[in-house]
Design a protein around this ligand. Sequence first.
Ligand code: FES
Length: 220
Amino acid sequence: MSSSTGSHPDTSNAPYGASDHTDELTSADHNRRKFLAIATAAAGVAGVGLAAVPFLTSLGPSAKARALGSPVTVNFSRLEPGEQVTVIWRGKPVWVLRRTTEMLERMTHDDWIERLRDPDSAVESQQPAYAQNPTRSIRPDILVVVALCTHLGCVPTFKPEVGTAAYGDNWMGGYFCPCHGSLFDFAGRVTKNVPAPINLLIPPYRFLGPESVQIGVDNV
Ligand code: FES
């Protein structure tokens, strides 16, 4: 799933608390790559999955369908700045990234903005209205984003290092999709001239407290 190096240890599979957690039991994946990626993400909430199996087995068809659409609550209090965690919501991996001040600042560089296809999140369908801004978030420090490339649905890799030559001029860190080379920044904003046509999708979410976010419920 996501990875990091240097001062950014990979915490994407850390067992951060997710509740209301039933969606890792199903998957809409249609290819092996995505299945493996999502299975890896689900391992990060393995305790959640173990608890959910008997729960789902005991449900009838309609109750099970409702449970599979349930929101997921994530306590991210143990995330250090620059780290992220992966949870599964509706069969999809979702990242919760605690962005550093430096990450946020990098996203505003003129040279970087020039590389982006939709830097202001002008296309309304790609995020809720409350995340339609340059950071694509309710809180600047917390990104919540569906971790599926908008080209063909691979899971991008977390690449927070600055200046990696392979990712072109003025690379400011973000996500790299290994399938066909699409690039996204720490807001999930896609660069120009890559196969992915649009920014990564922002799911509905709301904060339940300063260190807790609920994915699948709109912020109202
Ligand atoms: S699936 Fe990500 S670039 Fe093709």
